[in-house]
Design a protein around this ligand. Structure first.
Ligand code: SF4
Length: 448
């Protein structure tokens, strides 16, 4: 049996898809890179904005005709859209035979086996569990040779209920994972040669602060991971500014293997809008955090998320966002137009901002960010950075050279050429001198 997985959305979805793929391969299934070749098609979905949700529906529309040639095709839909639409999904797409939420991920591989044995069966795995759903740790040694880093979930869900966000509804309330299990997974990855661990959670700073916590805080967890032999780099995402502690900030100056990079969603530069969003911090609080971070590590890469056109956002509110983005000089940012998400508080907030205004604001914001990103990348020109090699780059190498890519400590992509004889491979840590700045990446040459 051949399977194909398409993943929309965040790194947590990517992490879930990687696990499902590893578990299916362990059961003897073969992963294919085209949905047309597959006997099992799984779509791991995201409903955090309207656009990815619509993409899921159009993908399903494209898949349905495949059933004519392959009536036994198993189609499964998981993640946030499945959790949001629930069983009514079957009314719209009766050919879908498996729907699963985030707590149902661990049962997906066995469910696929059951579905293939019984063509009349449909399975729904949408229930939220009252505990963190541990799953088998699967280390696929063939794959770990092809990857430099691994994702490790430390929690599930979120308790914050920001006014625009659907996550607490689709991923449930916050459930921290047991420290021992997290460390065990990190150790197994390290033993398999993985050098970089990214700790994942919707709000990692509040790790351990729910009823499932075992007394270990997020900074304490990072310290423990940093001591694991072979782990050369630690990253984490996502951080909520209201929960970031001085202890966590101090770690950036203390732990050699904690990468100097933090993704800290600001969402808006206007205090009026931040209050309406229910973010529970002010722009002044945020600026203070940035100041502390840069005091500890002046080279720290700070990235963010921004929403434009939140209900009631005036031009003045938006100008506040532009002003703050300029002042903070984010190294890069993800910015989006606000869209109503079912069941969230913001859907009831009026007035809504017309789409043309949202588009125009987004363009102004992204133009500004492009300049800031260029400025940030430019600081690296001529410098030597350490790159963890992730694979071949799209660029073609000449003669006996190969073109590789990886990331420097701050998380920026670095492409470089090297001789085949240099024996640099996925997982190598190499020194690269940056010679050229591209729009969102860097180019350089290896220093041996
Ligand atoms: S912190 Fe807010 S934006 Fe982030 S997942 Fe939770 S509710 Fe959504």
């Amino acid at each position: 049996m051949k399977f194909y997985i398409h993943t929309f959305g965040c790194q947590m979805n990517v992490c879930d898809s990687l696990w499902i793929a590893a578990a299916l391969r362990q059961k003897g299934y073969t992963q294919v890179m085209s949905e047309k070749e597959a006997d099992v098609i799984l779509i791991n979905t995201c409903s955090v904005r309207q656009k990815p949700e619509q993409k899921v529906y159009s993908m399903l529309g494209r898949i349905e005709p495949y059933l004519k040639n392959n009536p036994n095709l198993i189609v499964g839909v998981g993640g946030c859209v499945a959790q949001q639409v629930k069983e009514t999904f079957w009314e719209k797409f009766p050919f879908v035979r498996l729907i699963f939420g985030t707590d149902g991920v661990r049962s997906v591989p066995d469910s696929i086996v059951r579905l293939s044995e019984n063509p009349d069966l449909k399975i729904s795995l949408l229930d939220f569990l009252d505990y963190y759903p541990e799953r088998e740790i699967i280390i696929d040694r063939t794959l770990t040779k092809q990857q430099a880093g691994a994702y490790v979930n430390i929690m599930q869900g979120c308790d914050n209920f920001c006014a625009y966000c659907i996550v607490p509804f689709t991923r449930g309330r916050q459930k921290s994972r047991k420290t021992e299990n997290i460390l065990n997974e990190c150790k197994k990855f390290a033993e398999a040669g993985i050098k970089e661990i990214t700790l994942l959670g919707q709000n990692v700073n509040s790790f351990g602060k729910d009823k499932y916590g075992d007394g270990v805080s997020f900074p304490q967890l990072i310290r423990k991971v940093s001591k694991i032999e072979g782990i050369r780099r630690i990253r984490f995402t996502t951080s909520h500014p209201k929960d970031i502690s001085d202890e966590l900030i101090a770690l950036f100056g203390e732990l050699e293997n904690l990468c100097p990079a933090i993704h800290l969603p600001l969402q808006s530069g206007s205090n009026t809008i931040l209050a309406k969003m229910g973010r529970k911090y002010t722009i002044e609080d945020y600026l203070q955090i940035v100041e502390k971070l840069r005091k500890v590590r002046d080279d720290i890469v700070i990235t963010t998320d921004l929403i434009v056109g939140f209900p009631t956002e005036t031009e003045e509110d938006f100008l506040e966002t532009l002003k703050r983005v300029k002042e903070i000089e984010f190294d890069s940012s993800f910015s989006f137009k606000y869209s109503d998400r079912p069941g969230t508080k913001a859907t009831k907030m009026e007035p809504k901002i017309p789409d043309e205004i949202k588009s125009e604001r987004l363009k102004r914001l992204q133009n500004l960010q492009d300049k800031l990103t260029h400025k940030s990348l430019n600081k690296l020109k001529g410098k030597v950075v350490e790159v963890l090699v992730e694979g071949k780059s799209a660029k073609q190498g000449k003669d006996n050279q190969i073109s590789l890519k990886g990331r420097e400590g701050g998380g920026r992509v670095v492409n470089f050429l090297t001789k085949q004889t240099n024996n640099i491979h996925v997982g190598s840590l190499v020194k690269v001198k940056i010679t050229e700045i591209k729009k969102h990446s860097l180019f350089g040459e290896v220093i041996l």
